[in-house]
Design a binder for this molecule. Structure first.
Ligand code: NAP
Length: 330
């Protein structure tokens, strides 16, 4: 057990976490950042990032995250490439565990006056056998990032919510044909988004349809689909067929990475950390949570923008608020 009491521990290593690391390091708070076993967040799964300001030629996702990391380290942010296994926000100072929680386990405990939660969110994938292999090779979950690569191509968007409509509408700016494939007959999307998609001549709909697998060696070449009703009727594979496409956009939702915070900080019904006002400033300016001294930044609380640049901004804001809060404590 380390007896040192840290000023701030940052949990997470996407744009929000590293920006918080950079700002708290430059504020001389000597931050400690737990990056997780796979550091870098969702951008590590993308190829070209063309919408991050400051890189007019674009930049590879992993390269951008390496720059974030190097910049935080340059100013003294300490990084441990380990997964946080548990937190205790009921104790003061707060405790952050790595490995099996003590006293039974063999893990380590770190004590800190404040915490910035920046664990992000993960895309829900379909779980198809070829899916993980083809991510970044025709499979994507971010039309604003990747639509440009599908100029005059045929693409599929899977999902029936607002994200699927939004992804499809974005894709119509480049693709020749966009087909929304949804597993049910009714849509979860808001009426306005659904109307907009239905009115777009480039968008076609295929409902009651399940994607069975995606085909392609080096890149996506097609998908195998099946009529859902043939499942319910317990029929054999009569309805199963392949269609040729160049891209598959998965828009079946995200899940925030908040398992370790359950019971420690208030989460909404979907598991996102809730921003709660502390003190007298308007809520919209605050990165505070239900626990004083615990701040939040990035996709782990933000299900609206979900962009690297907004996450980085939130990381900066959380760091400035943590700094101000620590000063007030002293
Ligand atoms: P969502 O509303 O939860 O919709 C997810 C969709 O994916 C549902 O239609 C669901 O089908 C389908 N789905 C889930 N798991 C699936 C699977 N394994 N296979 C096939 N389909 C699957 O998620 P979202 O669209 O990402 O939206 C999340 C939140 O952000 C919503 O509150 C939304 O309004 C908001 N949002 C708003 C905007 C906007 O206003 N511009 C844009 C994007 C998102 P079922 O319907 O059958 O469950």
């Amino acid at each position: 057990m380390s007896e040192e009491i840290r000023n701030v521990i940052i949990i997470g290593s996407g744009p929000a976490g590293f920006s918080a690391g950079l700002y708290t390091a430059r504020a001389n708070l000597k931050p400690l950042l737990f990056s997780g076993s796979k550091w870098g967040g969702q951008l590590m799964l993308t190829t070209d990032v063309e919408n991050y300001p400051g890189f007019p030629e674009g930049i590879q996702g992993p390269e951008l995250m390496k720059k974030f990391r190097d910049q935080a380290v340059r100013f003294g942010c300490e990084i441990i490439d380990e997964e946080v296994s548990a937190v205790d926000f009921k104790k003061k100072p707060f405790e952050v565990f790595v490995g099996s929680p003590l006293p039974q386990g063999s893990g380590e405990v770190y004590k800190t006056k404040s915490v910035i939660i920046a664990t992000g969110a993960e895309t829900n994938w379909l779980g198809l056998s070829n899916e993980q292999r083809l991510i970044g090779r025709g499979i994507s979950s971010c039309a604003p990032c990747d639509a440009f690569f599908f100029k005059d191509k045929k693409v599929i968007v899977v999902g029936g919510g607002d994200s699927a409509m939004e992804e499809a509408l974005t894709l119509t700016k480049f693709a020749s044909e966009v087909t929304i494939i949804h597993r049910r007959g009714e849509f979860r999307a808001s009426k306005i988004m659904l109307d907009r998609a239905q009115k777009n001549p480039k968008i076609k709909f295929m409902v009651n349809t399940i994607i069975m697998d995606v085909m392609g060696n080096d890149k996506v070449e097609g998908v195998r689909i099946k009529d859902k009703r043939s499942f319910s009727a317990n029929k054999s594979d009569e309805s199963e067929r392949e269609i040729a496409v160049d891209g598959l956009f998965v828009a079946i939702g995200h899940h925030p990475v908040t398992d370790i915070f359950k019971g420690q900080v208030e989460l909404d019904e979907k598991g996102y950390v809730i921003r709660k006002p502390q003190g007298s400033e308007p809520t919209s300016l605050q990165m505070t949570t239900s626990v004083e001294g615990v701040f939040v930044a990035g996709d782990v609380h933000d299900l609206h923008f979900k962009q690297a640049v907004t996450a980085a901004g939130y990381g900066c804001a959380a760091a400035l608020e943590a700094e101000r809060w620590l000063e007030a404590q002293d």
